[in-house]
Design a protein around this ligand. Structure first.
Ligand code: FAD
Length: 509
């Protein structure tokens, strides 16, 4: 499925350079670009590539001001480009300021840091070196003066000013400024010199309040500021403070608790997948048939449904396992599913009724939301149902998801991205707990990639989940001030959140 041969793919949010796009990306661009020149055969480059990918995820919001790119110099078709830039060793990093001319060979970063935090600071240092040709999307990064703040609301068309108080050598204020650059109605400036960072909000009536966060650090400030009432991502509609969702969809709105899992979503996902998505395949054979058998098998084993639904899944599973040929007809599968040959206590309800997965408009959320939820529930169920001391197939549920997505999931770009993540690391999953965490962390990667995308429902912004409000103990700080997920706490949280006893049965048909 994956066409790219180098160390990076399109889902890494890194611009992949080639002779075709190199001039348009690097020269006369409104954003600065930091380029990694690498060779696929170079061990140091392979070792450095996870850092480069993590950096791309970490500074995704900074893209209009500074972007990351990479070029594989081992690819013969790229060789001339690498030679023109004077590249002789790998990996090499070069910084191209905004509006670089076509004569520019970039600024070589010798002895660059090998960690995300160090690189991030390095990028800020380089951004600050711009003189006249400052990237237009980049807000001021220097410390604000008292005069600037006094006149702020007269000279800037924003409703809120967030002031980060910090010491001179801290990067937090500048990082938060860049994290918010794609948001409207708010500006961020760094100010003053204090020993510990803190963030205060000013509005045009000069009302001042301290920003409440779990930890006084970049990720927590950015997350909180991006979610303030009235603050919106550029290009997204203003989100009403009151709940206007009821009026924004033509379908009947079902009230729901945003922090619960609903059985109605899970059953709807089953209906859609088994009766709608699969029905596009008149006959199913080869790898697709294997994928279908594995999918139905994990559903039959772990779906924590009503007895009638479990019974229907078990019937379909045993029928499928009996099919020894290399091909089945979807119509035969459907007959079994629809109970034409069974007793009536085995039923999968027809139709979809999204509840926790309702979108504010009909083209948002629904099936993909419920599909993720289904597999989080299944990974947790597999963990809960394991008998200690016996052999368990650790990644059985993940492999079933991988097979289904690859063979049948209607969104083909989604399938390509998911397969790329699976190829990278699914084989390293060696415990049932690791399977639960793998799916959580990969779902967060997708969230990171899609944040701000057209497909994002403005009422349900993509966040690194669970939020600090939903699970305070999941979030911590390293000594360096970097955000850190406490994976033990995350696992406990997921096992509780997706457990069968917490699934709400409201709105079932
Ligand atoms: P979703 O991301 O669908 O999440 C559903 C619910 O799960 C959330 O409401 C939240 O309660 C919970 N949740 C959120 N994050 C996590 C987490 N990390 N761990 C556990 N639970 C979590 N869309 C694209 O445009 N491009 C793609 O490449 C793409 N790839 C996809 C790959 C797969 C395998 C799937 C299933 C979907 C993919 N989608 C893709 C769809 C996209 O991920 C969302 O499902 C869709 O945009 C709906 O988003 P949502 O707001 O309902 O939340």
């Amino acid at each position: 499925l994956i066409a790219e041969a180098g160390l990076y793919t399109a889902s890494d949010q890194i611009i992949i350079l080639s002779p075709k796009n190199v001039d348009s990306v690097l020269f006369n661009s409104t954003a600065a670009v930091l380029v990694e020149f690498y060779a696929t055969w170079c061990g140091h480059c392979v070792a450095f590539s996870p850092t480069w990918k993590n950096l791309a995820r970490d500074i995704k919001e900074w893209k209009p001001a500074v972007d990351l790119a990479a070029i594989d110099c081992a690819d013969e078709s790229n060789r001339k480009v690498c030679t023109n830039f004077g590249i002789t060793g790998f990996p090499s990093l070069k910084f191209f300021p905004a509006y670089s001319s076509s004569e520019s060979r970039g600024l070589e970063l010798r002895g660059f840091p090998r960690d995300v935090r160090g690189l991030r600071h390095y990028i800020i240092d380089k951004l600050e070196m711009h003189n006249e040709a400052w990237p237009p999307a980049c807000p001021p990064l220097e410390t604000a003066s008292e005069a600037e703040i006094d006149n702020f609301f007269q000279t800037n068309n924003v409703k809120l000013l967030a002031l980060v108080f910090e010491s001179e050598d801290s990067y937090v204020g500048r990082e938060v400024t860049l994290d918010l650059l794609q948001y409207e109605n708010i500006a961020v400036r760094r100010f003053g010199v204090t020993d510990f960072p803190s963030c205060y909000l000013y509005n045009s009536s000069r009302h001042i309040s301290r920003l409440k966060v779990l930890n006084e650090a970049r990720t927590f400030y950015s997350y909180a500021l991006q979610r303030l009432p009235g603050v919106v991502r550029t290009g997204k509609p203003q989100i009403p403070i009151t709940d206007l969702l009821k009026n924004s969809t033509l379908q009947e709105w079902r009230q729901f608790n945003k922090t619960s899992v609903y059985m109605s979503d899970l059953e709807s996902a089953l209906h859609y997948s088994l009766r709608v998505e699969l029905s596009g395949h008149i006959s199913i054979s080869g790898n697709d048939l294997t994928a279908l058998k594995k999918y139905i098998n994990v559903l039959a084993k772990y779906f924590p449904g009503r007895p009638s639904v479990k019974s229907a899944l078990k019937t379909v599973d045993s029928w499928l396992q009996q099919q020894k040929g290399t091909e089945i007809k979807y119509s035969n599968f459907r007959d079994v599913l629809d109970n034409t040959v069974q007793t009536s206590d085995a039923v999968l309800p027809e139709g979809v009724q999204w509840v926790g997965c309702q979108g504010s408009q009909s083209h948002y959320r629904g099936y993909p939301c419920a599909f993720w939820t289904l597999f989080h529930v299944l990974t947790v169920q597999a963990k809960e149902m394991a008998i200690p001391g016996t052999f368990n197939m650790h990644s059985e549920v993940l492999q079933a998801m991988r097979g289904y997505v690859s063979s049948f999931f209607g969104c083909r770009p989604c399938a390509t991205h998911f397969e790329s993540m699976a190829q990278e690391s699914m084989d390293h999953v060696t415990t049932l707990s690791a399977a639960v965490l793998w799916l959580w962390s990969r779902h967060n990667r997708v969230n990171n990639r899609l944040a701000g995308d057209l497909s994002e429902d403005p009422h349900f912004p993509k966040i690194q989940w669970p939020s600090p409000e939903l699970c305070p103990s999941c979030h911590g700080l390293k000594k360096t001030g970097e955000h850190h997920w406490d994976q033990g706490e995350v696992l406990t949280f997921l096992r509780n959140y997706f457990s069968s006893t917490h699934i709400l049965m409201d709105y079932l048909q």
